[in-house]
Write a protein that binds this ligand. Structure first.
Ligand code: BGP
Length: 482
């Protein structure tokens, strides 16, 4: 097993989950800023009006905004070749509607990018990672409104022009296909449907019409961004970002094969088919018809826009897999990453019930590459766990090392299978706030952050056992995984 020379090893984060400083230097309110804390058993809530005394984790997160130099230095110590982070849209355009960008926001990310480049770490920037300006939700239900396209393109123009020559890799929308799920509609697309009262994050009022309409506007916005990026800097490479929620038929019953195929079409292929190929896949016509989705939001000229802006590479998050079956009696249910399915009896799960399936990663990478023949990066993968600082002051996270080792082994297999895999950024390389549960207790990092859900902690950073392990993995280009 050998990873290609120049393979991009690194880590990934998102602004709303680590920066804090939610209202500093002219920043506006994003959709994540109105989400309360929660836990594995208690859903977080979306509150259109801020509640006095309620806890909003994104407001402080891990205070990266004030500590980014220390954090990048730690990433450099591990030998990162790439660092995936997101630009919080509301630092650049606080409401989404301004004509001119906020200079202080642009400056912050410029310093962050310069800091990465100083250590030879390639920045990989997610343009929109669950950080749509809340004002856009209020005005037109997020991306359900066609006006969102102009807001997004204006934002892209500002950052593409400003960071020209300093950045190569961009991702247009984080986990765009999360918008095909009711729970994902808010974070991925800014579709909220109810502004007059708080919404339970795990149980939102759903409007499939609004979600698929919003997805279309994201496709158009993404295609326009790709085209514009290439015009501004021919060296820019722009990718899509999908949740790869690998799914198997639970039984050999042909009915389960078709059920699983339909699930995969909608969940795993629809968005990437549009973004990689530049046109809608025909299987969605039946889905739209059977689900009463009126596609008159697809306007004349949109097909040409999509055709002119296919992405340069494919990226995905990968955490777990599910099964599909019509034989539900006796079959357990599992959830994970804002969706659910039928449990796979061959797999174990994390403390949050996400089923661990390293081989599924090899399988899916092959499927993706067969389909698109584009370079691929796995830009999120990792194990959320309860970490304990031992008496020696260190977290001995062998469970995390095991999880990552097995996934890296399977990526190596995929490379040997012929997949053009060019990078791997583990999720939450430094402990941060969980997106689905809004808690600190679910930790992913190589770097421990002393901050807790009861509000205690001084944000001090320390190296976990996995920190030293990943450093060696990078040093040996994935050859030494012990
Ligand atoms: C993905 C998101 C991330 C991240 C990760 C882990 O869905 O892109 O933002 O948080 O999953 O999920 P969680 O934080 O819910 O454990």
């Amino acid at each position: 097993m050998s990873f290609p020379k120049g393979f991009y090893w690194g880590g990934a984060t998102a602004a709303n989950q680590l920066e804090g400083a939610w209202n500093e230097d002219g920043k506006g309110v994003s959709i994540s800023d109105i989400s309360t804390g929660g836990s594995a058993t208690q859903s977080k809530r979306i509150t259109p009006v801020f509640e006095e005394g309620t806890y909003y984790p994104s407001h402080v997160a891990i205070d990266h905004y004030h500590r980014f130099k220390e954090d990048i230095a730690l990433f450099a110590e591990m030998g990162f070749k790439i660092y995936r982070f997101s630009i919080n849209w509301t630092r650049i355009f606080p409401t989404g509607f301004e004509e001119e960008p906020n200079e202080k926001g642009l400056k912050f990310y410029e310093e962050l990018i310069d800091e990465c480049n100083k250590y030879g770490i390639e920045p990989l920037i997610t343009i929109c990672h669950y950080e749509i300006p809340f004002e856009m939700v209020k005005k037109f239900n997020g991306f359900a409104g066609r006006e969102s396209i102009d807001c997004y393109v204006r934002y892209c123009k500002a950052i593409f022009e400003r960071y020209k020559g300093k950045v190569k890799y961009w991702l247009t929308f984080n986990e765009i296909n999360n918008g095909t799920n009711p729970v994902g509609g808010f974070l991925a697309l800014g579709v909220l449907n109810e502004l007059d009262k708080p919404t339970e994050f795990q149980n939102p009022k759903d409007d499939p019409q609004a979600r698929f309409q919003a997805l279309h506007h994201c496709f158009v916005a993404s295609a326009l961004a790709v085209k514009m990026a290439h015009e501004i800097d021919p060296n820019y490479k722009v990718g899509c970002m999908q949740i790869m929620a690998t799914s198997y038929p639970l039984t050999a019953d042909p009915v389960d094969q078709v059920l699983n195929q339909q699930h995969n079409h909608r969940m795993n292929w629809f968005c990437s088919d549009v973004q990689c190929r530049g046109y809608y896949p025909s299987y969605m016509n039946r889905y739209f018809k059977e689900n009463n989705i009126d596609t008159s939001y697809i306007l004349d000229g949109d097909a040409e826009i999509l055709k002119a802006g296919p992405v340069d590479f494919y990226t995905c998050s990968y955490y777990m897999s599910f099964c599909q079956t019509v034989h539900t009696e006796g079959a357990g249910e599992v959830a994970g990453n804002m969706m659910g399915g039928v449990a796979n009896p061959y797999l174990k799960a994390t403390d949050w019930g996400w089923q661990i399936d390293p081989i599924g990663l090899r399988f899916s990478l092959n499927e993706i590459y067969d389909r698109y023949q584009l370079p691929i990066m796995v830009v999120e993968n990792g194990m959320g766990a309860y970490d304990k600082v031992e008496e020696d002051g260190m977290v001995h996270d062998d469970y995390r090392i095991d999880y990552l080792r097995q996934h890296i082994e399977q990526m190596g297999e995929a490379v040997d299978d012929g997949v053009d895999l060019i990078g791997y950024t583990t999720w939450g390389c430094i402990d941060l706030v969980s997106a689905s549960t809004g808690e600190y207790a679910k930790r992913y990092g190589f770097i421990y952050v002393n901050k807790h859900d009861d509000g205690s902690g001084d944000f001090a950073r320390s190296r976990k056992k996995s920190f030293y392990w990943y450093k060696k993995v990078i040093e040996t280009n994935g050859a030494d995984l012990d």
